[in-house]
Design a protein around this ligand. Structure first.
Ligand code: GLA
Length: 378
């Protein structure tokens, strides 16, 4: 439906049908939070919600970007490709810029965007846009770029053009995920593996609870966490926190706050590896335990959760979830609960009830089904 919507809007804008429509999904990180910029491990899967880009080349060397959802159109030439430019179109312009910076020939184009990835929910709405635009521009310009290199270019757009100092998690997930699998990514070696995520075979599902709370200071807090990790690496004399092998010795050298940040990263990396083992053994009780331990670590050591997120986790666990944790950058957004499929209604109702009692906005719930990564649709 969104494919058609993007194509129709393109035709209205330009008077002709698009050359093609490309899509790239949002993601859920099953476990491995804030480990990506510490050269660590992550285990995301793609969700059905995605960005869609209908596009055709132009002959005048200019780029026109249209957002169907915002009903806004922006047109720029090469002199308009300025890192740090704000606005929704920076996620598209940033990809043009990143491709050109990397030496690729990128001709002008019209790109029409629509997306159903919830904004600000920690589900990577921005990476979905970047990776869909990258897929479109690569094809329109006949660029042969490997999937991991696409993810890296989309990250360059996010880091250097949009200006958000993120790791590779979101763009790698959006580009590389395949249906019914989680993606294991070693963020240092960039080694990946597709991990079957067949929770439904065990009568389970991953319930996503969008708390619909987001804090405005997310960007500053994210950058502060990243800075703490880099500072700790310097003090400890390691290239990245990935390299901390003796946690107790490391903690002895660090002030309490920084030590807790380090403890989260080191233990979270181990939890990703342990989750891989649990998934291979279809040991979902253990996976649930690891998810909850991850949440506790984010709450107490990394301090990136907040009251509504903690309430969703605690309520889901009290209602029988095998495990629950916040996903994404933090300070609001979504919680995942690993639950028995036949208990979905009960868990969702319990969370809704707890939110109502606490005077919070009603949360939105949906089932996280591992979906496909970036691709051309038509
Ligand atoms: C955001 C960033 C990612 C990653 C997560 C936390 O989604 O974009 O790079 O750091 O936060 O795991």
């Amino acid at each position: 439906m969104l494919t058609q919507q993007a194509a129709d809007a393109f035709t209205v804008l330009t008077g002709t049908a698009p050359t093609g429509v490309w899509t790239s999904p949002g993601r859920i990180n099953l476990i491995g939070e804030h480990t990506d910029y510490n050269d660590g491990y992550v285990l995301p899967f793609a969700i059905p919600q995605a960005a869609y880009v209908a596009a055709s080349p132009r002959t005048d060397g200019r780029w026109r970007f249209r957002s169907v959802d915002l009903n806004d159109t922006v047109e720029i030439g090469a002199d308009g490709l300025v890192p740090g430019t704000s606005g929704w179109h920076s996620y598209l312009a940033g990809v043009v810029w990143a491709l050109r910076e990397a030496g690729h020939e990128v001709g002008g184009a019209d790109l029409v965007l629509t997306s159903d990835v919830p904004l600000g929910a920690g589900l990577s709405s921005s990476a979905a846009i970047e990776c869909a635009a990258l897929a479109a521009l690569a094809d329109l310009n006949g660029l042969d770029i490997e999937p991991m290199d696409r993810a890296k270019l989309a990250r360059v757009a996010e880091n250097d053009y949009v200006g958000a100092p993120t790791g590779l998690l979101d763009q790698a997930a959006s580009t590389l995920c395949v249906a019914d699998h989680a993606l294991f990514l070693d963020c240092r070696t960039l080694e990946t593996s597709q991990v079957p995520l067949a929770v439904s075979d065990a009568g389970l599902e991953i319930l996503v609870i969008d708390t619909r709370t987001r804090h405005s200071h997310v960007d500053g807090e994210y950058a502060a966490r990243r800075a703490s990790c880099e500072e700790a690496s310097r003090v400890l004399g390691v290239p990245a926190l990935r390299d901390v092998t003796d946690l107790d010795a490391a903690l002895a050298q660090l002030p309490d706050l920084v030590g807790r940040r380090v403890r989260h990263i080191v233990t979270e990396n181990q939890r990703v590896l342990d989750s891989m083992t649990a998934l291979a053994a279809a040991d979902y009780a253990e996976l649930g335990r690891l998810m909850t331990a991850s949440h506790v670590s984010m709450r107490d050591d990394y301090e990136i959760t907040e009251a509504s997120v903690d309430l969703a986790v605690d309520t889901a666990l009290a209602a029988g979830a095998l495990g629950a944790r916040m996903t994404g950058g933090g300070f609001g957004g979504c919680v995942l609960a690993l639950i028995r499929a036949d208990e979905e209604q009960r868990v969702a109702d319990a969370v809704r009830g707890a939110f109502a009692d606490a005077g919070l906005t009603e949360p939105v719930t949906f089932v996280g089904r591992p979906s496909a990564g970036a691709r051309r649709l038509v």
